[in-house]
Design a binder for this molecule. Structure first.
Ligand code: FES
Length: 82
């Protein structure tokens, strides 16, 4: 079993350690880790890391999910702009 997992984040291929959360992968990819913005347009970012704040919602394989509560899977497609 490989100790790496590959997934696509906004079309960019990202390689992370197996078992990493999508929130961690988003940070590794250089993003803020979330798709949400404030009413003034400021980017928001994951806050709690445990599924409470809802700040890390992204589209994963076509469904809105919490990045901090989702483990990366091989070939997963994550969209932060959807
Ligand atoms: S970081 Fe708070 S719900 Fe994901």
């Amino acid at each position: 079993m490989s100790d790496q997992t590959q997934l696509h984040i906004d079309g960019q291929l990202v390689r992370v350690k197996a078992g990493s959360s999508v929130a961690a992968a988003l940070r590794i990819a250089g993003g803020m880790g979330a798709a949400r913005t404030s009413v003034t347009g400021q980017p928001r970012a994951p806050f709690c890391g445990m599924g409470v704040c809802q700040e890390c919602r992204v589209q994963i394989d076509g469904r809105r999910r919490l990045a901090c509560q989702t483990v990366c899977a091989e070939g997963m497609r994550v969209e932060t702009t959807a």
